[in-house]
Design a protein around this ligand. Sequence first.
Ligand code: AMP
Ligand code: MG
Length: 431
Amino acid sequence: MSQPSPTPTPARPPLMSLDDALARLTQAVRPFDVAQALQLSTFDALGRVLAADVRSLVDVPPADNSAMDGYAMRCADVPAAGTTLPVSQRVPAGVVGDPLVPGTAARIFTGAQVPLGADAVVMQEQCTAVSDATAGGSVRVDTVPRPGLAIRRRGEDVCAGSVVLPAGTRLTPQALGLAASAGAATLTVARRPRVALFSTGDELVMPGEVAPGQMKPGAIYNSNRYTLRALIQALGCECTDLGIVPDRLDATREALRRAAQQHDLIVTSGGVSVGEEDHVKPAVEAEGRLDLWQMSMKPGKPLAFGVVRRSADSAEQAQAYFIGLPGNPVSSFVTFFLVVRPVLLHLQGAIDWQVRPTPMRADFDWPRADKRREFLRVRRNATGGLDLYPNQGSGVLTSAVWGDGVVDNPAGQIIRAGDTVHYLPFAELLS
Ligand code: AMP
Ligand code: MG
């Protein structure tokens, strides 16, 4: 009698690396057209991405000026410390003095234009006023100045006509200041991405709506809705929160159709594993196109990427992008900043969305290497090393609150205390 042939096990799809996933995403997602850019007051542009270069209209500083309160002079007039010079004029900031009379000094203040002929400023702490130095007196210079001392040169920060901020720059407070110093009262920026968010899972209930005593067995509070909505808003995007969608194909399809209308990106959490209750995959397939990726990372293995049609028209403008995050709270948090954040910045044309890891010392052991690249929740300690949160479970959100970042640990890598590891701070990932 012949043996029954073994039931074939379904072939597992190969795991995809995070870098491959990011490369595919940034290829598939088209940045907004420049025609959609808008002019904003420089005051209102924090966190936006520039859609055009900012060129300076002026030299900054506009003229050679003093870096100190002190005295402007010619070095040639002070061959030795202790030389006394008559004070011929007083030059406060905002005033243009006369050319410096040879053999004299000018009383000068920080930011004031250096009088023609002067080639150094000696700070007042190194000068002694002899008689009333501010009203035609004299000053003893207690040092030997070198040419250029305490002078900020015209254009040393920015030259007129040069690009101070290239298109694709994400505007920080200091970038706004630089744009203003270059004379820009308004900036051309990409519009904000419009993101629709919903959570899937019949076990989910909302705090405040269902009291703990009223929760059915198996119910849990929806935490991803809060985390993801705040992450989207923290990145300066508009977020439409569509709440909880029941684990039913028709309801999921309906939510997707609604979400696609007015939005650039639909983000969901949960329902992207391949369990029977995971309706996100068939729903997106029915309403558009979907790739389901098994990512070689931990937490955050399943990830779905696709598009949802806005109408029967399949043109690119008639589609919203779709990213389905895993349901486990730490997984969705981590995949948001590793995957969704780059996509949101890329949509706006940002040139630099990579967060560069900082080498740091591990003050912990991680003796069991994983097959997947891991993102371990850690926090910096007082001695300049990293401590590890003891429970790295993908459902343990406490780890992400206790921690101030993650260690990006390559697949198959064990960690011994004292090893140098790659640290990614939340502060950078979430801004
Ligand atoms: P899923 O990806 O839908 O299989 O969910 C994986 C795990 O994450 C399950 O334990 C879910 O109960 C949990 N989960 C899914 N969505 C949420 C959510 N919005 N808030 C908190 N936990 C969730
Ligand atoms: Mg689920």
